[in-house]
Design a protein around this ligand. Structure first.
Ligand code: F6P
Length: 376
């Protein structure tokens, strides 16, 4: 019996998505004799039943392309903006899955997608996911595709910032993506030789960073590069946020008793201007002129590296094989040279952050990089 597969890409786009679509699609069509359709713009396209056939033609010439040929969105099945309201559209999605006679839905995405996929699995759908994100923070897998490309882009940026920082005797604070996990800032910071690397996992003391820069000046190095993750946080802010979170929790408890709860600030509000303020503070503390470079979405654009194409193809073809075995409800993870299915329950809702004793952190410290704390 021919198996019918749907595929969608959800969350922020990531280099390697098209390589993964091609990997699933070509293996499904040519090796396992399945049929495959793509839904546009993530779960929204499945809800609106907007699809495109993924035949040999559609899958051809996409391996090296950035972005996703399917389009993507951050819409969640259970909280979908419809007519100005957030509605639970899960039942519509389940209906469209059935109307399209799908045997399996393949969802390519990061942490949020894994959670949404699990919800659909719990509604009885056959689901397989692949881990993609430039943040590399999906639990249960050695790596996510997109990370290697973003790592190269951010490293190249740090390389370029070196010569201008050096010429002007400036501090350049370069902001690198990653709200919850610092893999990208850490990896690019090490590879690019940043003098300080600040990541969400290690709340920093700005005085410590300033002292590292002053120490460089004393050694005749009149410039410094500070690689800072979007979600990096000072020790003071970290303590203040912990208090605010406690207050919100207490308020929620009260609200259960009838009173209105406060709303925790959104991620955007929490992190807005952080890097700019940090650069100003470092300028004040060191007397060196400072500049900020926010790499932003440059890190997600353009052609995927060979390593990302390879990883995406390995995971995609492994997904097609699992579907042929009717092995559903799993994320296809990278494990060393192999791939392995990990139950969605073991992945959803978890974030793979950088452990404080991770070898990358130890290496950074050993080459004299300031991690924003006194620990060496
Ligand atoms: O997809 C992950 C990511 O690139 C994060 O690193 C970043 O914080 C976020 O997405 C940005 O999201 P958006 O593209 O929706 O602004």
């Amino acid at each position: 019996m021919t198996q019918y597969i749907g595929i969608l890409t959800s969350g922020g786009d990531s280099p390697g998505l098209n390589a993964a679509i091609r990997g699933v699609g070509k293996a499904a069509l040519n090796h396992f004799g399945m049929q495959i359709i793509g839904f546009r713009d993530g779960f929204r396209g499945l809800m609106e039943n907007r699809s495109m056939p993924l035949d040999g033609n559609a899958l051809s010439d996409i391996l090296t392309r950035g972005g996703t040929i399917l389009g993507t969105s951050r819409d969640k099945p259970h909280r979908m903006p419809v007519g100005g309201k957030l509605l639970d559209m899960t039942d519509v999605i389940v209906g469209n899955y059935q109307d399209n006679h799908l045997d399996c839905l393949v969802c390519l995405g990061g942490g949020g997608t894994q959670k949404n996929a699990l919800r659909l699995k719990e509604k009885g759908l056959n689901i397989i996911t692949l881990p993609k994100t430039i943040d590399n923070d999906v639990a249960g897998t050695d790596a996510t595709f997109g990370f290697d490309t973003a790592l190269s882009i951010a490293t190249d940026a740090i390389d370029r910032l070196h010569s201008t920082a050096h010429s002007h005797h400036r501090i350049i604070v370069v902001e690198i993506m990653g709200h919850r996990a610092g893999w990208l800032a850490l990896g690019a910071g090490i590879a690019g030789g940043a003098d300080a690397i600040l990541i969400p996992e290690i709340p920093y003391d700005v005085e410590c960073v300033a002292e590292a820069i002053r120490e460089r000046s004393r050694r005749g190095k009149s410039f410094s590069i500070v690689a800072v993750a979007e979600g990096a946080v000072s020790q003071t802010e970290h303590a203040a946020r912990a208090l605010a979170e406690q207050a919100v929790k207490a308020d929620v408890a009260k609200a259960k008793g009838g009173k209105k709860a406060k709303v925790a600030p959104s991620t955007e509000t929490q992190y807005a201007d952080h890097t700019i303020k940090l650069a100003h503070r470092l300028e004040q503390l060191t007397g060196l002129e400072s500049r900020v470079t926010i790499l932003g979405h440059l890190q997600r654009g353009g052609i995927p590296t060979a390593a990302d194409r390879l990883l995406a193809t390995r995971l995609g073809t492994a997904a097609a094989e699992l579907i042929s075995q009717q092995h559903y409800g799993v994320m296809v993870a990278a494990k060393g040279e192999k791939t392995r299915p990990v139950k969605l329950e073991e992945v959803a809702g978890k974030v793979k952050v950088v452990p404080p004793d991770h070898p990358w952190i130890l290496s950074a410290r050993r080459v004299g990089t300031c991690m924003g704390d006194p620990g060496q």
